[in-house]
Design a protein around this ligand. Structure first.
Ligand SMILES: Nc1nc2c(c(=O)[nH]1)N[C@H]1C(S)=C(S)[C@@H](COP(=O)(O)OP(=O)(O)OC[C@H]3O[C@@H](n4cnc5c(=O)[nH]c(N)nc54)[C@H](O)[C@@H]3O)O[C@H]1N2
Ligand SMILES: Nc1nc2c(c(=O)[nH]1)N[C@H]1C(S)=C(S)[C@@H](COP(=O)(O)OP(=O)(O)OC[C@H]3O[C@@H](n4cnc5c(=O)[nH]c(N)nc54)[C@H](O)[C@@H]3O)O[C@H]1N2
Ligand code: SF4
Ligand SMILES: [Mo]
Length: 732
């Protein structure tokens, strides 16, 4: 038997477990595919280099083969905790951004007619530097803000630059992602994240989280293992999402009402006295307060709000208790707990407290807290950090529960219109296109004295700015090492894979050195990124050369050990059924029912979003190969419940018009039984109206266009699904 034949057979065998997903959601068994490709006859690469995917925040590590100066085969790292040996379709597709015909190639400045003109880097740096210094003189450092998507060098350089200028205002995309989840969890547990041990669980409930759509490879692998082990997998979602292919049960729910479901399940366990008494007595505070509050939240009460039958609520609670401690509700990411509704933060808090009743914290099959590793302190004074500003990030006072590390970016932009913020930078962020209502955010930015977007392609955010600076693509630059938490933590490198393609682009480190020099704080940037990366690695006994060679290095000595977690980083050092900070922010001490901001009436719908496994946010729809899949399967269609559609005389494939208070748009409909009747589901990625993005221009509708600008009280989330729409058939 030839080597190729063996590969082919193992390819087929290893693909078997993922066949169902191929049919349902449009991707293949990647690890098998990678293996098969790697072993196929291909031109010998002239070099290999290691990088981190830049398509989503998981930043999976991979080794790339380079042939004729172009990237070819990409092989995901087995040791990378999030990649787990597999890249997803977006990861492969997105690599072609380097060669996109729509790349930004020169610094641009908007002229008086509102059109962009190419300028030199010297002009860009000196004009931006002058304006920053003016703002500092007239309004002080708090009048500057930086909005960035946390990537290795991006995080380092943006923060250092802003701190050097004296400003604490460094924001992430958290407001439109996981801000309320992290903040609610912090109130209950004192940490912002936990990981359900899905691979080893006996029962797991997913509430508004789909591993097979919102992909992180390691999570999807864990789900596959749970399925193979015969774990009880429950998906609570208004939509039969792609993860339902692995599940025993789809529980359709009215969106924005998950809090009622969780309170109803908690009521059952507390009333029946079936919860982990030992854990609750020894390692928590405030249980009596929550138990008292839960009395009114019967399964019947919850059912009327969330639409899940009372018997199902009771059964699910009991099944979770029977499986405990090898059971948990998974934490979610964006949809139910992250940022979508007025009650997202409180939903996250209640979710943690329900898991506490199961006594599952830290145990195998329950929920754990990933092990981590980081670089030590850099001794060389060239790297000494500028003094951290003493003020809090702007918005912390107004949204006291918001996770300080992320900041309420949308509030910062609103403060531009109020005249309190005068200069705004965006690094690798399509804030205007995706954090809240784009028209409102763009309007806020009109008042800025200075606005700068650093990107690789023209976007809604670039359009709204005065200056646009072209970064290299991620394949063309080295970044600082990325430390990744997991069962076994690791460090991984994004290295230069290919040579720079457009001579007038600059990598992130050089852009910030140039900006810092022009703004008068160049003394904090007297090193190259190579020197910095090497110095960081030296603090843990490694070197840049070694990491270059290996790509990802693990720390097995730091491996996670399962043990009941009894110490918490909360003010009481216990799990907090009651939180003083929540009370001070106007919430009840322990979480109770909180109405969503809006609820659809007869003839109205809530517009919900959700990821598709071949796209990431707003940035991959302009990738030709990925858009080709969208077009082939009509993935840009909006979903509508079959019964509702029949009642309205709407048929599959019809063009419909969707209207909210902010926007009206037409698109084709997918009529389906896979959606509960009060929702309209709009896939999250489409509706880009940037002519320079030639591939994505005008395909589908953008969820954010429909959403009013508002901010979740206390927690700061963008409430991206607090929007009512009506639907009509075009031409009817
Ligand atoms: N393909 C892909 N994968 C990604 C990303 C990406 O852009 N594309 N981005 C990464 C990032 S940054 C994130 S934040 C995660 C997001 O990961 P997820 O949070 O899993 O992503 P979503 O698809 O936004 O939401 C999950 C599901 O929630 C459902 N849903 C919507 N509203 C509600 C509700 O009110 N209640 C309940 N119970 N369900 C609801 C949606 O139908 C959807 O199926 O994905 C990560 N992985
Ligand atoms: N419409 C819509 N809105 C969303 C979402 C969605 O799916 N759809 N998802 C929500 C969620 S969960 C999140 S986490 C946020 C994500 O919000 P963002 O973090 O803003 O993510 P993207 O929308 O993908 O925009 C990333 C931007 O980075 C640019 N970019 C890509 N590579 C590089 C690079 O190498 N250098 C530089 N300088 N720029 C680069 C892209 O061109 C793009 O403009 O959006 C939220 N809002
Ligand atoms: S999950 Fe996919 S898109 Fe995200 S970093 Fe990994 S390979 Fe890239
Ligand atoms: Mo996100």
């Amino acid at each position: 038997m030839t080597e190729h034949a063996i590969t082919r057979r193992s390819f087929l065998a290893r693909s078997a477990g993922t066949c169902a997903v191929v049919a349902g959601s449009g991707f293949i068994g990647f690890s098998a595919w990678e293996q098969a490709r790697a072993n196929d006859a291909a031109p010998a690469p002239e070099k290999t280099a290691h990088s981190l995917c830049n398509s989503c925040s998981s930043k999976c590590g991979f080794t790339a083969q380079v042939t004729d100066g172009r990237i070819g085969i990409m092989i995901g790292d087995k040791d990378h905790p999030l990649c787990d040996g597999t890249l997803c379709a977006r990861g492969y597709g997105y690599a072609s951004i380097a060669y996109s015909k729509d790349r930004l190639t020169n610094p641009l400045k908007k002229n008086d007619a509102g059109e962009f003109e190419a300028i030199t880097w010297d002009q860009a740096f000196s004009e931006i530097g002058e304006k920053v210094q003016d703002i500092l003189k007239t309004s002080g450092p708090a009048a500057l803000a930086m909005i960035q998507d946390p990537r290795p060098s991006g995080s380092f350089y943006t923060k250092r630059f802003m701190h050097a200028l004296g400003s604490a205002n460094v924001y992430t995309h958290g407001v439109s992602c996981n801000m309320s989840k992290n903040s609610g969890m912090t109130q209950a547990l004192g940490v912002a994240d936990f990981t359900s041990d899905v691979a080893n669980t006996d029962m797991v409930m997913f509430i508004g989280r789909s591993y097979a759509d919102g992909i992180r490879p390691s999570s999807l692998h864990a789900l596959q293992k749970a399925r193979e082990r015969g774990a009880h997998i429950v998906i609570v979602d208004p939509r039969y999402n792609s993860s339902c292919l692995y599940a025993d049960e789809w529980v359709p729910i009215k969106p924005a009402t998950d809090l009622a479901l969780i309170l109803g399940m908690a009521h059952v366990l507390v009333e029946q006295d079936t919860y982990d008494h030992d854990y609750v007595e020894n390692y928590t505070v405030g249980f009596e307060d929550w138990a008292e509050r839960l009395k009114e939240y019967t399964p019947q009460w919850a059912s009327e709000i969330c639409g899940v039958p009372a018997e199902t609520i009771e059964r699910l609670a009991n099944e979770m208790w029977e499986a405990a401690p090898k059971a948990s509700i998974e934490q979610g990411w964006r949809a139910a707990t992250g940022c979508s509704h007025q009650n997202s933060g409180e939903t996250a808090r209640a979710l943690c407290l329900f898991n506490t009743l199961l006594g599952c914290w830290g145990l195998e099959g329950g929920a754990f807290f990933p092990a981590s590793m980081s670089a030590g302190k850099l001794e060389d004074e060239r790297f000494a950090a500028p003094e951290a500003p003493t003020e809090k990030i702007l918005g912390q006072a107004e949204f006291p529960l918001s996770s300080g590390g992320m900041g309420v970016a949308t509030y910062a932009l609103q403060q531009v219109a109020e005249g309190n913020v005068k200069g705004v930078f965006f690094y690798q962020s399509n804030c205007v296109g995706g954090y809240s209502n784009p028209a409102t955010l763009a309007k806020f930015l009109e008042s800025a004295e200075l606005s700068v977007a650093i990107d690789v392609q023209m976007t809604e955010t670039c359009y709204a700015c005065q200056y646009v600076l072209p970064d290299t693509s991620y394949l063309e630059r080295l970044e600082v090492p990325e430390f990744v938490g997991g069962v076994i933590p690791a460090v991984s490198l994004r290295d230069r894979v290919i040579d720079k393609i457009h001579p007038e682009t600059k990598p992130v480190d050089e852009i910030f050195v140039g900006l810092a020099d022009a703004c008068g704080v160049g003394e904090y940037f007297q090193f190259t990124v190579d020197e910095l990366a090497d110095a960081q690695l030296k603090t843990i006994g490694l070197s840049l050369d070694e990491l270059r060679e290996k790509g990802t290095i693990t720390f097995p000595e730091k491996q996670l050990v399962y043990e009941l977690k009894t110490k918490w980083k909360t003010p009481s050092e216990k799990v907090q059924f009651t939180s003083e900070a929540c009370e001070n922010a106007g919430f009840p001490a322990s979480p109770g029912w909180l109405e969503p901001l809006v609820m659809p009436k007869e003839g109205e719908f809530r517009l919900i979003g959700g990821k598709q496994n071949i796209h990431a946010h707003t940035q991959t729809v302009n990738i030709e190969s990925l858009m080709a899949i969208t077009k082939q399967y009509g993935l840009d269609r909006v979903w509508m419940n079959a019964q509702v559609a029949a009642d309205m005389g709407i048929e599959d494939g019809d063009e419909i018009e969707i209207t909210s208070s902010e926007f009206s748009g037409k698109t084709r409909v997918k009529v389906t039984e896979r959606l509960e009747p009060t929702s309209i589901y709009l896939p999250s990625h489409y509706g880009r109206m940037i002519p320079e993005q030639q591939t994505s221009y005008g395909v589908g509708l953008s969820q954010m266009d429909f959403v009013p600008f508002h901010i979740e009280p206390g927690y700061g989330g963008t409430m991206s699904q607090e929007v009512i729409v009506t639907v009509s058939k075009v031409g009817a």
